[in-house]
Design a binder for this molecule. Structure first.
Ligand code: PGA
Length: 244
């Protein structure tokens, strides 16, 4: 199975910059053996989809609404995202948990809505520096998994339904200090074990948090790590392509 590389562009690029980067990736990824998923903002996503990108990568959104239709001013539904070209959606990213105060109940609603609309889910979990210091990493992750995946069974979901789980220690995101690959692999194995019980299917687990050109290979070498969720490095074509 090819390893998966996800680009999370966050809110860091203009539409013009997003289109320019997508077109560079389109050319650069022709020879890649990886499965690449690019996650632009809501506005750029349909424009990239319409700009004729080939099979080199899939598109993912960075969030979705808790329902697929309703009086939810300002929200964007999974079904609309699918309609304009998204295949995946990132849910439960720590920036949304912290800044938008998203809790596990909300994330669970979004997971269910996304799967119902036929989007594949990239669920983010991970502990804070304080929780790590208190040796609560596994406890925190288990709570996040149980909350976000409540009533989610891939056996009962529509065909092709998928939940990828990204382990992103919060202290490693954007800090320049990635976790040691062996430690990440141990947590990934734990997530596979617990995720399988909840999903009735063995999930693929990715690592995210200060992935760079040097450490990417160390993570990708780990058996329990199926890929990477990349923030900063994904904003620049040359560096990103070097890990794809
Ligand atoms: P980073 O971001 O690679 O810049 O640490 C990862 C993420 O937030 O998904």
């Amino acid at each position: 199975m090819p390893k998966i590389i996800i680009a999370n562009w966050k809110m860091k690029l203009s539409v013009e910059e997003s289109l320019r980067l997508a077109s560079k990736l389109n050319v650069g990824l022709v020879k890649s053996h990886r499965q690449v998923i690019v996650c632009p903002d809501f506005v750029s996503l349909p424009l990239i989809a319409a700009s004729g990108f080939s099979d080199n990568f899939s598109l993912g959104a960075q969030d979705c609404a808790i329902k697929n239709n309703g009086a939810l001013t300002g929200e964007v539904s999974s079904s609309t995202l699918k309609e304009v070209g998204a295949t995946y959606v990132i849910l439960g990213h720590s920036e949304r948990r912290q800044l938008q105060k998203e809790d596990d109940v909300t994330i669970n609603e979004k997971v269910l809505a996304a799967l119902e609309a036929g989007l594949k889910v990239i669920l983010c979990v991970g502990e804070s520096a304080k929780e790590k210091a208190a040796k609560e990493t596994k406890k925190v992750i288990l709570k996040q998994l149980k909350g976000a995946l409540k009533n989610v069974s891939l056996k009962k979901s529509p065909k092709g339904a998928e939940v990828l789980i990204a382990y992103e220690p919060i202290w490693a995101i954007g800090s320049g200090e990635a976790m040691a690959a062996e430690g990440a692999a141990e947590i990934a194995a734990y997530i596979i074990k617990e995720g399988e019980k909840l999903l009735s299917k063995r999930p693929q687990v990715l690592y995210g948090g200060s992935v760079d050109v040097k450490n990417a290979a160390l993570f990708l070498k780990q058996k329990s790590i199926s890929g990477l969720l990349v923030g900063g490095l994904s904003l620049e074509a040359e560096g990103f392509l070097s890990i794809c």
